[in-house]
Design a protein. Structure first.
Length: 221
């Protein structure tokens, strides 16, 4: 029987209470991880998620990723409880709950998004990397999740942003609709599991896009 790609690994998943984060936690366990810690600010959902993955292998840690003390504690307590840290999936992120133009930009909402999405990513990167270096981890992986819109050419992203949902779908459809396939959190989770494993041992700094062809959409005027 072949060894599972994440056999014996210890992993942290931020934003793991639902969606891609929860799918990743399940994928890590399916691929042999011995311990997965779901970190999220949603306590009830996070505990339920960990229970659904399996209480013998998955636990929940309440953590605001933009709070450096909380992230440091998350990393330290994971290592203390499980003896190491091999994989850190930085997945937590939020979006604004309103559509705005520059003219009526709500800077408080802007700062709230940037606090989690930008600062939170930096805080997690810092403490995951420091701990892995401190422990002398070989083959460790830090994987960051991000919106695929960031990979689109600027002019194309701008045009898509100005169109209605129906117009964007009509423009994208011929290029991005894989026949008989629909994007699920599990598609992204399996890509993350690959990047976290030894199969990606010679892959670093790579932007692995799981988008059904969206970023291949022609960007000419």
């Amino acid at each position: 029987m072949a060894t599972k790609k994440l056999a014996g690994k210890v992993a942290i998943v931020t934003g793991g209470a639902s969606g891609i984060g929860l799918a990743a936690a399940r994928a890590f366990v399916a691929h042999g991880a011995r311990a997965v810690v779901i970190a999220d600010v949603r306590a009830d959902e996070g505990r339920a998620a960990a229970l659904s993955v399996g209480p013998d292998v998955c636990s929940f840690f309440h953590c605001d990723v933009a709070d450096e003390d909380q992230v440091r504690s998350l990393v330290d307590q994971t290592v203390s409880a499980h003896g190491g840290l091999d994989v850190f999936f930085i997945n937590a992120g939020i979006v604004s709950d309103s559509e705005q133009t520059v003219l009526d930009l709500d800077l408080d909402k802007y700062e709230a998004v940037m606090r989690v999405n930008a600062r939170g990513t930096a805080v997690c990167l810092k403490h995951a990397a420091r701990k892995m270096v401190e422990l002398g981890v070989v083959g460790g992986a830090i994987v960051c999740n991000a919106s695929v819109m960031g990979d689109l050419p600027t002019a194309l992203a701008g045009r898509m942003g100005l169109g209605t949902a129906e117009e964007v779908e009509a423009a994208m459809g011929p290029y991005t609709s894989l026949k008989g396939a629909e994007l699920t959190p599990e598609h992204v989770a399996e890509a993350v599991a690959f990047l976290a494993s030894g199969e990606a041992g010679f892959v670093t700094g790579h932007n692995l896009v799981v988008d059904g062809g969206l970023t291949g959409l022609p960007s000419g005027e």
